[in-house]
Design a protein around this ligand. Structure first.
Ligand code: KIV
Ligand code: ZN
Length: 389
């Protein structure tokens, strides 16, 4: 199927910026280069490589990633001031395709921090986006805490940013406060009310405080957003950001209802997930969607039997599509005879029915004492029962 730009969702990965802001997730320079290379190779459209004004290390990492990226646009983050924006440009300008991402908090709570009134903030947005656009053709602007900003004011500042030259308008749910229908309505409202909205791309940037980051991002896409901001494993501030692997696989698997494509090579998901978990020091929870150890594992007898007959019985996607070699059927106390037989076949033991019956009883006894029965346990059990001779 050919895909028009209208049907394409850009994947903006911010593992190296918002992800790294997660307390304790700091990555070394070399680790960042490795992750950036993997993101570029897997087909991420835009890599937010860091916050260049934050430290010399961040500046150097963004500059080097800008030089090494082969296809991805390289983006740096900047607050709404000239110093941040100039520093950001110095770092990203080496990229084949650079982007400046500048932001300011627009909700009442966030406006109070720099002590700007609505008009003063509007002027600041105009001046800083204009400055960024004079440096770079590709400018993203974000009204931080957009989901708690008054609608009229949000429309007003988005219009100002578009007129000043922003090419992408990102709508952050900074504190993970929104819900799916509201996320969609916000994008719809901006597209309907803001002059010039048809000429730019709307992005969605969701946090997971209520566990809805993926649902909110997808709802925004259904309402017309065409860039999803996300991180590998959902790494990010507090409860994290939208997980890249979740939105990408949801768009792939539910293409029937969400007919939008990405250019991510999904077979590279598992590898990058493992590397990010290692370098950030954030293990992936076992039952995490797509990349958790148990995401393609089935222990209960009914499920294992179904899986052995037809994998689609209990799996909606192929493990190979995310870079795994196959489904796993760990043996435990819920497992049945079919899975035990399959495992014994795999180990090279074709037992007669009466032998299997005996081994199955011993296996269940063992499984009651042990969480998981491994190959070595089975071998010992076969030896003890005389079936391995
Ligand atoms: O969550 C947020 O609002 C952000 C902005 C800097 C885009 O990360
Ligand atoms: Zn964020």
């Amino acid at each position: 199927m050919t895909q028009t730009d209208k049907d394409r969702v850009l994947i903006f990965d911010t593992t190296l910026r918002d992800g790294e802001q997660s307390p304790g997730a700091t990555m070394s320079h070399n680790e960042k280069m490795e992750i950036a290379t993997l993101l570029d190779e897997m087909g991420v459209d835009i890599i937010e490589a860091g916050f260049p004004i934050a430290s010399i290390g961040d500046f150097e990492a963004v500059s080097e990633i800008a030089k090494l990226a082969k296809t991805a646009t390289i983006c740096g983050l900047a607050r709404a001031n000239i110093g941040d924006i100039d520093r950001c440009w110095e770092a990203v300008k080496h990229a084949k395709s650079p982007r400046i991402h500048t932001f300011i908090g627009t909700s009442p709570l966030h406006r109070a921090i720099p002590n700007l009134d609505m008009d003063q903030m509007a002027e600041r947005i105009h001046d800083t986006v204009t400055h960024a656009r004079n440096l770079c053709d590709n400018v993203q602007w974000s009204p931080m805490d957009a989901t708690r900003t008054e609608h009229d004011y949000l429309c007003r500042v988005v219009e100002i940013a578009i007129k000043a030259g922003a090419t992408t308008i990102n709508i952050p749910d900074t504190v993970g406060y929104t819900i799916p229908r509201e996320s969609a309505e916000l994008i719809e409202m901006l597209r309907n009310r803001v002059p010039g909205a048809d000429d730019i791309i709307f992005a969605t940037h969701c946090h997971n405080d209520l566990g809805m980051a993926t649902a909110n991002a997808l709802a925004a896409v259904e309402a017309g957003a065409r860039q999803i901001e996300c991180t590998i494993n959902g790494l990010g501030e507090r409860a994290g950001n939208t997980a890249l692997e979740e939105v990408v696989m949801a768009l792939k698997i539910r293409h029937d209802r969400m007919p939008f494509g990405t250019k991510i090579d999904t077979t590279k998901i598992m590898n990058i997930s493992r590397r990010v978990a290692q370098v950030a020091g954030f293990p992936v929870q076992y039952n995490k969607a797509i990349v958790g150890k148990n995401a393609f594992a089935h222990e209960s007898g009914i499920h294992q039997d179904g899986m052995l007959k037809n994998a689609e019985t209990f799996e909606i996607m192929r493990p190979q599509d995310v870079g795994l070699s196959g489904t796993s059927l760990p043996l435990g106390k819920h497992s049945g005879r079919a899975a035990l037989r399959a495992k014994l076949d795999e180990l090279g033991f074709a037992l007669a029915d009466n032998q299997l019956k005996d081994v199955f009883v011993r296996f269940k006894e063992l499984a009651d004492r042990k969480k998981e029965v491994f190959d070595e346990d089975l071998m010992a059990l076969l030896r003890d029962s005389g079936a391995a001779e």
